[in-house]
Design a protein around this ligand. Structure first.
Ligand code: FAD
Length: 408
């Protein structure tokens, strides 16, 4: 991977690995079992700069490239996917749209709070009737004196409860289909005010004006990513001043699709970390356990699946780092991001289930992390565009390329 990584990348990855080993691994099982958001570690991650890796220094981030950010997500997911999605959703979905499409004033107002991890951010696209078909957004933004009034419901929103700053889509012109969708920055207080005040992060009433009518619903009881906060985000006749519109009217859908392109590299990295974590655990276990008087590893039926897994992990790593490499150089990367996400997320599912099988009953019990990793892997095939949607994105690109080639 030398082609993609500098000494600084490798050093950053080592720092994240150390934090994941020392601070995350000891608590991951308990946080998963109790579905508890890891505020203590979020504070520590903020202090390490992990909640603003690709955000320029002038806005309070580390000012590093996207590859650096990808490495942080991968390394964290190798130990715990809930911590990794907290970094990923906060960075690409929470800060990303403001960084990419915000005015200077919006960037100055929100990014320093987000990049430092002083408050958490999120992204509200999905609705009850608009999932894969996110152009079918129903949330309305009706022009009002000095701004808009937003009404609607966003579902499955990462950080909807714990977070304070969200970018959301809403229809400003129902006659124009997806070109009538705009995006806005909305704010609300965290649901964990007491805990946040005690810790000194997560809640900044002195720096944010919370909007009346932005509310979060009941926490989802999920199969995986159980220490991550997922809820409905309700917009109940919220007045949003015009200065909180993100980008031009009618650009919300296209801008959010661009945000998802970048986000997909993050989910690919998260999936890659899960697959690597499952491999590490299964490798250690099978080389340490004996049956029939031999190491379990010595059976060819155990070695070969691990050899396949290692090969596929390497392939996923190439796809993921290559997509990040393209993005870092300002080149088109949406197809490569879709390919990386599709391949790595389906690999994460295969690899985690295979790891359980190779470890027998131990793999199935919560004594080892692979059963949690398998539950955490499933949503990687769903969030930020399902596998089916990734195949659509890739297939459309193939056809476009073919048509362009035959027209030339
Ligand atoms: C834990 C979690 C966190 C999430 N976080 C966020 C978040 O922070 N912000 C946010 O906005 N959303 C978030 N989501 C929502 C997520 O992006 C959606 O769940 C996802 O896009 C799929 O939409 P859906 O669930 O409505 O499924 P549907 O769109 O209803 O899809 C159902 C099935 O139909 C298939 N399908 C749909 N259309 C097609 C088609 N054209 N061709 C072939 N198959 C098709 C799908 O692939 C899927 O298998 C999160 C979801 C989860 C589970």
């Amino acid at each position: 991977m030398d082609r993609y990584l500098s000494h600084d990348h490798v050093a950053l990855r080592a720092r994240v690995a150390e934090f994941a080993r020392d601070a995350v691994a000891p608590v991951a099982r308990e946080l998963d079992a109790t579905s508890t958001f890891p505020w203590d570690n979020v504070k520590a991650m903020g202090e390490m700069g992990l909640l603003g890796v690709p955000v320029p220094r002038e806005y309070g981030g580390l000012g590093l490239d996207y590859t650096s950010y990808i490495l942080c997500v991968e390394e964290m997911a190798r130990v715990d996917a809930s911590h990794a999605i907290t970094i990923s959703a906060h960075t690409t979905l929470g800060s990303g749209p403001i960084l990419q499409f915000g005015t200077e004033e919006q960037k100055q107002r929100y990014l320093p709070l987000l990049a430092s991890g002083e408050v958490l951010g999120g992204f509200g696209l999905t609705e009850p009737g608009a999932g894969s078909d996110s152009g079918g957004t129903r949330t309305r933004a009706v022009a009002a004196d000095g701004g808009y009034r937003l009404s609607g419901s966003k579902i499955f929103i990462t950080h909807a409860g714990v977070g304070e700053i969200f970018t959301v889509t809403a229809v400003t012109d129902p006659e124009r289909g997806s070109k009538g969708i705009s995006s806005f920055v909305v704010t609300k207080p965290t649901v964990d005010v007491e805990r946040c005040e005690a810790l000194g992060i997560g809640h900044r009433p002195d720096r944010l004006e919370y909007m009346s009518g932005v509310k979060s619903g009941k926490k989802e009881d999920k199969m995986g990513w159980r220490a991550s906060d997922t809820r409905e985000l309700l917009l109940d006749d919220v007045f949003v001043p015009v200065e909180n519109r993100l980008g031009e009217e009618g650009r919300g859908f296209i801008n959010f699709m661009k945000t998802l392109d970048a986000g997909r590299i993050g989910i690919a990295a998260l999936s890659l970390g899960l697959a690597q974590g499952a491999f590490d655990t299964a490798f250690r276990y099978t080389t340490g356990r004996e049956q029939f008087g031999r190491r379990v590893w010595d059976f060819q039926q155990v070695q070969f699946p691990l050899a396949d897994m290692a090969t596929e992990i390497q392939a996923a790593r190439h796809l993921t780092y290559h997509a990040a490499w393209l993005k870092d150089r300002g080149r088109p990367f949406s197809t490569e991001a879709a390919m990386a996400k599709l391949y790595a997320s389906e690999l994460a599912m295969r690899a985690t289930l295979r790891a359980i099988q190779l470890m027998g009953g131990a793999g199935y019990s919560d004594e080892y992390p692979v059963e949690r990793m398998a539950r955490d892997a499933k949503v990687c095939e769903i969030g930020e565009g399902t596998s089916e949607v990734q195949r659509l994105v890739i297939a459309r690109h193939l056809l476009r390329t073919e048509l362009e080639a035959s027209a030339a």
